[in-house]
Design a protein around this ligand. Sequence first.
Ligand SMILES: [Fe+2]
Length: 467
Amino acid sequence: MPQPFPDTPYLKGYYQPFGAEMQAEDLVVEGTIPEGLAGTFYRNGPDPQFPPHADDRYHVFDGDGMIYAIRLANGKASMRNRYVRTRKFELERAAGRRLFGVFGNPRFNDPSVSPMDYNTANTHIWPHGDALYALMEGCPPTALDPDTLETLGYETFANTVTGPFTAHPKTDPANGALHAFGCGAKGPGSTAVRYNIIDAAGKPTHTAWLDQPYASMMHDFALTDSHVIFPCLPVVISMERAMQGKQAPAWESNRASHFGIMAKGGDASDLRWIETDPTFMFHIANSFDDGGDVVVDVAGSKRAPLMPDVDGNLPDHQDTRFTVKRWRIGANGAFREEQIDGLDIQFPRIDDRLQGKRYSRVFANGTARPTAGRLDGFDSVAAINVDSGTRDAFSFGDGAYCGEPVFVPGGPGEAEGWLLTLVWNSASNESFLAITDARNIAAGPVAKVHMPARVPGGFHCHWRNAA
Ligand SMILES: [Fe+2]
């Protein structure tokens, strides 16, 4: 019989496990779903099936992947949510208890399981051609049926991706090709990075093997029209730590940050590493070529949140607030950082049609509250203009928790369309999908699509057009 979950902040409130799979038609809509908005909003996030081993420590990055699909068409909405049926999920469901260590820590794995089967599939959800992938950076993509969310199994792209694959690939707007990497691609804690290009039809067209300066937990990377940039930042994976029963990824403050710059579609022969003082981001908003320089706009901080240092101490929120920062990597190897906006944000997104190109708006969920940490949630959605530094924002009020916003085009111009975000109202314990005019966010949502039950906190989202 499943045991109660342990008493940790990431299993309470916004992150309290939900565990149920639902399907609901004709959801209650406040306001009007815009005409022409037809497709599916997907969200991935952690919803742990079972509590971890009594001596192991749960981490919010570790829960089993639960996909929400909210379908909009003809002014109506429906939803379903399904667990990703990974091998880990199925083995644990059959056993009626957790069999894997947190982060797959072998010290806490049941002897019956293979460490290779640690796949939470909980981080991102990415449509590619006719396919839909649940992504987590330690494994190949898990393919799902885009309509039913049925799990179809690993996608290895003709055996070119048999190990880690980033949760943050980039779709090249020029040709629909997917650029991606795998970090720790020769085993956990290895410095090997695999760079892959998969064409719009799902065929692998390029694989290159690279080495980063140390075994960083590379979560995101940048793609411009002509470059690809691999950030090696001081969150380091150590299997030695894991075997001591500690968390494998930790902040190692004595490390420098390094940026590997390479031609788009290139290989190790033209990879150049640039070193700078420690700095951090989990997520890149956008990146573009500017003369000989490369500009990388990020949700940046001085130090990684949610990651202990080598002594196990967690950082103060003030040192880990993410704000929109511009990193400029000069042709001469110089690195410059500039803050564009001071809002405390979580997940930055853009109008994806401008991926890799000069652009002007970062969309993000953020908070103006003087928060003590991420557990207090992000009450707002915002568009930050990276050219003018102005901000267009809307707060859903005290007690609101906004997820990652996703932009859906509704016209040809940048940000001409809608911004979609899932919101949990902690006071009423209700969740809704808010639809806002992306060029007039301050006006508030034009529609709220009410979910049949609370949707717990999650990670990344994507949109897929009905056509
Ligand atoms: Fe992420």
